[in-house]
Design a protein around this ligand. Structure first.
Ligand SMILES: [Zn+2]
Length: 262
């Protein structure tokens, strides 16, 4: 079986000293690809560098996360957009992410909205997939997206509400779920409702989970097989078939051909 991690922050400080180790662990666990998401200009540059350093294994998603909007300067936004446009033709860059809106940062709502719209316009112009953070804002985002001509939308760590989930699936959006699939009844219910062909797996590392069986351990792509096992249980399907479909979904969503021979 082969596995994929569609959403990890490999460019995060927390991984700085141990990327080699994480990649080796991932390979040993049959993880064949991961998408290094970015938060701002600095992590976007680092994600690209990681994709160059580990070709085939690491793919880069560049963008401005809603949590980074507060500190974002006009100049940094311009440079991020220029970098994405410049790298569009390269094979390292495969998506714009992580972008979105976060309800917990309501005091900077207007700036969040302006930056998110800017990122969506760029994705439309460059025909790139988008990876979206939608904490407390999923309904709003799902209503907003159809005004853009976006072919590929990934709502990462979707939790609620169910009404937005049906609409998202109807619109052809993909949903990625991670380690909570193993222990959270709420997420298991969501996974049950998502057709397997619209699902992707993620870790969102370095986010740590205090619940068993993860107990605050470092989050790495090597944990993806446990997510696939949980999905197979929920869907009452054969694990190998589920793993194969999830790899196919990754290839289709990001338009990449993965090396599955390793
Ligand atoms: Zn994330």
């Amino acid at each position: 079986m082969k596995f994929v991690d569609a959403h990890i922050h490999l460019s995060d400080e927390a991984y700085k000293e141990c990327v080699d180790e994480i990649i080796a662990e991932a390979r040993n666990s049959n993880v064949v690809a991961l998408v290094s998401n970015s938060m701002d200009l600095e992590t976007s540059i680092r994600s690209l560098r990681l994709a160059e350093q580990y070709p085939e294994m690491v793919h880069a998603a560049l963008g401005v996360h809603p949590w980074s909007v507060n500190a974002l300067t006009e100049e940094a936004l311009k440079q991020t957009i220029a970098l994405i446009s410049e790298k569009r033709q390269g094979k390292e860059l495969i998506a714009i992410g992580e972008i979105g809106l976060d309800h917990n940062y309501a005091t900077i709502w207007d700036k969040q909205l302006a930056v998110f719209n800017e990122m969506l316009r760029l994705a439309e112009k460059l025909h790139l997939p988008v990876i979206i953070h939608s904490r407390g804002t999923t309904t709003h985002i799902v209503e907003m997206l159809p005004s853009y001509n976006l072919k590929r939308v990934l709502l990462h760590w979707f939790s609620s509400p169910v009404s937005a989930l049906s609409k998202a699936v109807q619109n052809g959006y993909y949903i990625s779920e991670g380690l909570p699939t193993v222990f959270s009844n709420g997420i298991r219910k969501v996974v049950k409702r998502i057709p397997l062909t619209s699902l992707l797996t993620e870790t969102d590392g370095p986010v740590r989970f205090s619940r068993p069986p993860f107990d605050g351990k470092r989050t790495t792509p090597a944990l993806i097989p446990s997510v696939v096992k949980a999905i197979a249980e929920i869907k009452k399907m054969d694990e190998a078939d589920v793993a194969e479909q999830l790899v196919r979904n990754f290839e289709e969503f990001f338009s990449v051909k993965l090396n599955k021979m390793e």
